[in-house]
Design a protein around this ligand. Sequence first.
Ligand SMILES: [Zn+2]
Length: 1071
Amino acid sequence: EQLEQLLEENHEIISHIKDSVLELTAHADGQPAPPRRDNGSWALPPESRPSFLAVSPQDCQFALGAKGESPDLQMLAVYSLLPFDNQDGGVWKQGFDITYEPNEWDTEPLQVFVVPHSHNDPGWIKTFDKYYYDQTQHILNSMVLKMQEDPRRRFIWSEISFFSKWWDNISAQKRAAVRRLVGNGQLEMVTGGWVMPDEANSHYFAMIDQLIEGHQWLEKNIGVTPRSGWAVDPFGYSSTMPYLLKRSNLTGMVIQRVHYAIKKHFAATQNLEFMWRQTWDPDSSTDIFCHMMPFYSYDVPHTCGPDPKICCQFDFKRLPGGRINCPWKVPPRAITEANVAERAQLLLDQYRKKSKLYRSKVLLVPLGDDFRYDKPQEWDAQFLNYQRIFDFLNAQPQLHVQAQFGTLSDYFDALYKKAGIVPGMRPPGFPVLSGDFFSYADREDHYWTGYYTSRPFYKSLDRVLEAHLRGAELLFSLALAHARRAGADSRYPLSDYSLLSSARRNLGLFQHHDAITGTAKEAVVVDYGVRCVRVAGHAHRDTLALTHTSPQDDTRLNQDSLPERTVVKLDASPRFLVVFNPLEQERLSLVPLLVNSPHVRVLSEDGQPLPAQLSAHWSSATDTVPDLSILARLPALGLRVLQLQKSFDGHTTLQSSVRLYLHGRDVTVRTQEAVPVQVFPAAPDDFCLESQHLRSCFSGSSGLLQVGAGPGIERGWVTEFFIYGTRTSKDKSGAYLFLPDGEAKPYTPKDPPIVRVTEGPLFSEVSSYYQHVQTMVRLYNVPGVEGLSLDVSCLVDIRDHVNKELAMRFSTNIESDDTFFTDLNGFQIQPRRYQQKLPLQANFYPMPTMAYIQDTQSRLTLHTAQALGVSSLGSGQLEVILDRRLMQDDNRGLGQGLKDNKRTCNRFRLLLERRSSANKVQDGRPVSFPSLLSHLTSMHLNAEALVLPVAQQPALPALRSFASLSTTLPCDFHILNLRTLQAEDDSLPSAEAALILHRKGFDCSLEAKNLGFNCTTSQGQLALGSLFQGLELGSLQPTSLTLMYPLGTASNSTNIQLHPMEIATFRIRLG
Ligand SMILES: [Zn+2]
């Protein structure tokens, strides 16, 4: 009731908005049925509104490159340089012999920081909760106890998901002790994210969201802001992370899982510490100091120095009689008066050797492992024995060493101090590096490239949830601001805020490097799945409450089933739909809807008929229900109300026709009168489909795409499916590793596919039904973004496969040579080279949102709605792994194969663009950008319009459309989030929100003109004061990315300026 009252009041506020919405949408409405062309194809009238593409020439300069110096280390060049020969290095197997002169530290002593740590996975072999109860709570409890025993002790912690759960369960006294330990520098919170996220498959929306969640928690509960980053376990590193940490005001970071050949090379050249710079940064504003660990692992045997046999003797958890020992067969010995001299000498030798790999005389020695320090005895064993060694070493001036426990920032601070710089600056003589650290191999040819695809069902679910969460955040913040303005905030359903908060945390948890990666045990995967569906539920309940709709849209029966589309039942009274557009750009889209009757017409809010195509939704290759696709213009970040009426007037909806080619297969076809189906027993000849801007030709026998043509460009290609097997030797593919048994072999299904061709005025599509994959390629006959790329989807089901991976390959005549491009976290593009000297599996890369190949004439971009592994194994090729089923463990601790495959729908958009001003020199640069059209295509794919049918008996007041933005945003701007901040009471919203804006970098040489694609850029200027329709911007404070630090002073001006590629956060008050 409260909600209804509130909505009523809101309607008054937005009633004036309605007029402008109608003005905006009028042009797409009330169009007559389009005529057919002479050849029988449909012709939609061209866009009635003028299309505009107003990109200011200055905005094109950024992608053309900077004048700045090039970095010392450019990872693409490092890859070309290295032999990757994997020679035996002796005790440091993947390295080399390290020698030193004993007098090297005489003038400047070696300063050693031993950093105790415990790596806590928020779910892997056990669920998050089970780990918490079995281990993590004990680790943190004994931490408080044992750290207080000696002020010289130190500890670092990174996973706030665990820490906050523990915090909820401890006494005020213990909390005070924790705050003291943080305050006096004994305990350091490193990175401070909700989890230590995977960096290959995660999207930057979620990476930032979990970082904000962690940082906000820390600020509020402990009053601390993290300074240093710690990421020892993600399976390869993206250059997006150093950017996010830098913009959160962190000054140093540690990484560990880097290809062993790169570690060796950097160790030999003393380049393991560097300033990590973005490839697109024209100066040094994105530089962050990075320390790369040199050896095989972050455990104790691989962190004190090059010889694991010796280092293991200094892991005092492995003292004889304990549960674990040293596989190198020499056990640790407790440190006594009698042996301390000999033991300390042995360890110092390792420290000195390790130190030779770095430029400074300060040494970082991590001391920990997975779920360490869970018992008080372990604390004693490590801390007492080490302290005896330190005391001995520090008392021998002739050794020129000073050893102590330290936090990560203790180490960085000592290094900065010796270099004579303030934190954040570049130490003199240290190199600058740009690029990333994919793909990772830990030994031999064991490339961790399988996890880019493992469990694609959940990778897809993750992306859907991100869009829902973002949509709910935006709607919540706007609705709250409108309510506040109307003085109705006291009656606002504030409790919804705790749902949002819980959705953020569950989505954050899923970014963990064993979650979205698909590398957890089956039972843990189910736990994540249930939490994910809860995210959907919570985000959804917010959306429903705010849009006054009831849960009647697509539903998921289980955490592991694909969503089922709800059939809307029509009767005498009209039905209403609310459609939410989560994009900050107005969009002209087809709104899909299943109805129980073909006799339907669609009206806009004020009764104007809308064009809608009636086609068939196929529950199988041959079974159907009526499927309605409504052409509607949706306001940016807005809601549109549509009305459905039963109608027997035959001209109200646009009919489509279907041709079904059975390829000689004996199946029964069940059809319905509304959509005529012609059935052919044989395969057709090759055929083409056309829309306003695209032409696509298909193989008659396979139904797969063969020619793609866009405005002014045509490219031939072959679409094929391939199968990779795994090796017969002892090391086989698993959840992490991709170890194929050679090149892929063509997929050969038992039966030829059933091919179905649907042709209609608003869209046409071709579907092929194979045994293990159903493909659909759709052309939208719609002006603008939707109509300029091919909608491609693959419903994959390989549950009857054994040790096989299914790949889709496009082979084109684009002369791409050995170069291709993949994105990092949807944030930036990283050029890649196919390396002949590396095994096939080394040439796969993560593809969170897109990959492309190009020559001087054209670029073909595969946009994806879920992270998958991708490569280009030959010139003109683009290949993506769709799913993998592997029967065995791959020896990285999981102890399981990948056998819980689901029916998974992988969705893509294929965009072929003409390049107008490309040249080889430009293309050889280690940086690249998508076009604006490509950015928008990716956003359309990753943030679909949300269709919310209103309950059968809508309670009045009548629903109205709602446009939240007063003006179209420049098309290179993206509102990443509008996140209402927590009040003092966790479960309530505060009066402030974080507005997170991203200005995209783009390449102008691919611009699509006169294609109904509307876009203006503004040289990075944006007037925020008047952006939100009907709302005033009460205050505007630029802050660091995670709101920990104010940047500059809040000014009265509400105009902001953003450089290309930059993400900026503003603390705002709307009302
Ligand atoms: Zn881990």
